[in-house]
Design a protein around this ligand. Structure first.
Ligand SMILES: *[C@@H]1O[C@H](CO)[C@@H](O)[C@H](O)[C@H]1NC(C)=O
Ligand SMILES: *[C@@H]1O[C@H](CO)[C@@H](O)[C@H](O)[C@H]1NC(C)=O
Ligand SMILES: *[C@@H]1O[C@H](CO)[C@@H](O)[C@H](O)[C@H]1NC(C)=O
Length: 227
């Protein structure tokens, strides 16, 4: 026999679960001091479905990364370089919900429109002058956004909320360097134009043409530029 108060309890529980469960879809709260990610399942224990190194075998190097003092070589076409320090590069980040990166952008170069599906990013400019922007959705019109942009100088900090499309453009005359920190051990990176135009396998030309309201000649041109 289920009483009224039990119904009330069960309903509250169901509503609470509904609101709290999605939080566990990404970086979990750690249940122990360390859960160093490993690929060798012979020396591992499972926590929250993840494979962890036996904590007794964890070493300082699992929590260490070296090399953010220098820029990677830039991608020639884009004039940008990025070094990500996520759980893949630093296994000790596993379950901690945090990661970092360094980006370098040549003068008049653009870190193209992109999104991090699993992390908010806090950028700190070390060198150079950057115009950054985020596109905020317009609840009244699904085809519109509002651009929030700002010029950043060394020491300035800007936040790109999780999932929002953003860009960074070097408006100065020397190379710009910045650090990006994320509240995810694996924030992900989806670059908007190239992810659509140069997917594998290719999306059909007619779909690209319809999606961008361009004709086939213009689509061929886009494909060439992003190949
Ligand atoms: C452990 O790894 C080996 C080799 O990758 C694989 O064949 C095996 O199925 C794994 N065992 C478990 C329990 O996941
Ligand atoms: C960057 O750091 C690494 C590791 O500490 C060091 O070997 C290298 O010399 C440094 N490079 C520069 C340019 O400072
Ligand atoms: C495609 O569009 C461009 C720009 O409007 C135009 O110059 C060109 O003639 C069009 N080509 C075709 C095949 O429709």
């Amino acid at each position: 026999m289920i009483t009224m108060s039990m119904w009330w309890f069960l309903t509250t529980l169901a509503i609470t679960a509904f609101f709290y469960l999605p939080a566990y879809a990404y970086d979990n709260e750690p249940l122990q001091d360390t859960c160093v990610a490993v690929t060798d399942n012979q020396t591992s224990v499972f926590v929250n479905g993840k494979t962890c190194k036996n904590p007794k075998l964890a070493t300082a190097n699992d929590f260490y990364f070296s090399g953010l003092n220098v820029s990677r070589d830039v991608y020639p076409k884009f004039g940008i370089a990025v070094t990500v320090v996520g759980v893949k590069e630093m296994p000790g980040l596993n379950t901690l919900g945090i990661s970092t990166s360094r980006a370098d952008i040549e003068p008049q170069s653009l870190f193209p429109f992109h999104t991090h599906p699993r992390g908010t990013e806090l950028v700190t400019v070390l060198k150079g002058t950057l115009l950054v922007g985020i596109f905020v959705s317009d609840p009244a019109n699904i085809f519109k956004t509002r651009l929030l942009s700002k010029i950043l100088y060394p020491g300035d900090v800007f936040v790109f909320p999780r999932g929002l499309i953003h860009f960074l453009y070097n408006v100065g005359n020397k190379k710009a360097s910045l650090f990006g920190t994320y509240n995810s051990q694996n924030p992900g990176l989806i670059t908007i134009p190239s992810s659509i135009i140069s997917s594998t396998p290719r999306v059909m030309d007619t779909i690209l043409a319809e999606g961008f309201q361009l004709n086939k000649t213009q689509i061929a041109e886009l494909r060439r530029k992003f190949s």
